[in-house]
Design a protein around this ligand. Structure first.
Ligand SMILES: Nc1ncnc2c1ncn2[C@@H]1O[C@H](COP(=O)(O)OP(=O)(O)OP(=O)(O)O)[C@@H](O)[C@H]1O
Length: 341
């Protein structure tokens, strides 16, 4: 029997709700997202900047504060002992869960590494809040763990600014994974690193996921990184999940025009000239386009796309996509199916 999902979001709506000078503004950054992440998989969340990836991450982590407000739906974790509500954890549950069960590799290592503390002190503070340990014990444990990441013991005595960007990112990943969490979120873990260092970080994440048997949720706009790491990919556009499938299907047979665009804009070795990107940008989400939110940029937009939101339909092999081109096809197939005649 299939294991239950380790993380599940059902019809999740999370909006930034602000009020200034009596004017209320609602930014629908996550608008009706449902997804289920299986234990042990690498699940990629893709989409251009402004599509709602970071907002979705905050909700999946259960770490949000006003103006971001959960409006509808649910997020649940299941670590094998039944479901927990991720959006309504007590302070005690947050402390027990964060880092030891659910951890997070943030965008930019400087967010978690205190610039005026040595790396060893940061690790000690961090580990001792979860597991009482002497300074010597933490140093030994951390040195052994850092060695697996190709980092020398001397790193423990260094300040963050004394390390290269790639070393800092490896230290951040070590910090997020030393307690063997079951669920790891990584937010743009390779952005801002050069290509060679990127490759090292990708291999490192793969190895951790394999060795610890953890589940990795990878948030990145970079489809090249998604292709290298993810088992399945969800594509977000303007706060909505527009397509989800295993990585091979996403790259070989994408059904949503937005996914086709994301993949089509990836350079290949055969390219002699730069690829042309799709004009326009994701819309502002306080007043998103009616109907399909992608219709103003879609090369195949039809009348129906301007008014009716396409449903997310399930295709062969659990592939899901939300596009009227597909719904039109399936309606047509149903209408002409001899079984239904
Ligand atoms: N604090 C905020 N108040 C109001 N709107 C916000 C706030 N933070 C983000 N938004 C809006 O929410 C939408 C989704 O933003 P989000 O940062 O989640 O997207 P993203 O895909 O992660 O992009 P990026 O990669 O640039 O972070 C955008 O339209 C953004 O302008």
């Amino acid at each position: 029997m299939d294991q239950p999902p380790i993380l599940e979001a059902r019809d999740l709506k999370a909006y930034y709700i602000t009020e200034a000078f009596g004017v209320r503004r609602t930014v629908k950054a996550v608008d009706g997202v449902s997804l289920a992440i299986r234990p042990g998989e690498i699940y990629g969340i893709a989409g251009e900047s402004g599509c709602g990836k970071s907002t979705l991450l905050k909700m999946l982590l259960g770490e949000f504060e006003p103006p971001l407000t959960p409006v509808e739906g649910s997020v649940t974790y299941d670590f094998g002992e039944g479901q927990h509500d991720a959006l309504d954890m007590s302070e005690g549950e947050v402390t027990a869960t964060r880092w030891s069960r659910v951890s997070y590799v943030p965008q930019g290592s400087m967010h978690v590494l205190n610039p005026v503390r040595r790396i060893g002190d940061t690790f000690h503070d961090f580990i001792s809040t979860h597991q009482p340990m002497s300074r010597r014990q933490t140093n030994e444990r951390v040195a052994a763990y850092l060695a697996e990441f190709g980092l020398r013991e001397g790193v423990l005595r260094a300040f963050p600014h004394q390390l290269s960007g790639g070393m800092r990112q490896r230290v951040t990943i070590a910090l997020a994974t030393i307690l063997s969490p079951k669920l790891i979120f990584a937010d743009e873990p390779t952005t801002a690193l050069d290509v060679v260092v990127q490759r090292g970080v990708i291999q490192l994440l793969k190895r951790i996921q394999r060795d610890h048997g953890s589940t990795l949720v990878l948030i990145t706009h970079d489809m090249g990184v998604q292709a290298n790491l993810a088992d399945r990919i969800a594509v977000l556009y303007a706060g909505k999940l527009v397509e989800e499938a295993d990585t091979r299907t996403i790259f070989k047979a994408p059904r949503h025009p937005y996914t086709q665009h994301l993949i089509g804009s990836l350079p290949t070795l055969e390219d002699k000239v730069a690829r042309v990107s799709l004009p326009g940008r994701p819309p502002a989400l306080d007043d998103p386009p009616s109907g399909c939110r992608f219709h103003p940029r879609c090369p195949y937009a039809m009348e129906v796309c301007k008014t009716i939101v396409p449903p997310l339909v399930t295709l062969e092999g659990g592939h899901r996509a939300a596009c009227h081109l597909i719904t039109g096809e399936t309606d047509h197939a149903a209408a002409t199916s001899p079984a239904l005649a």
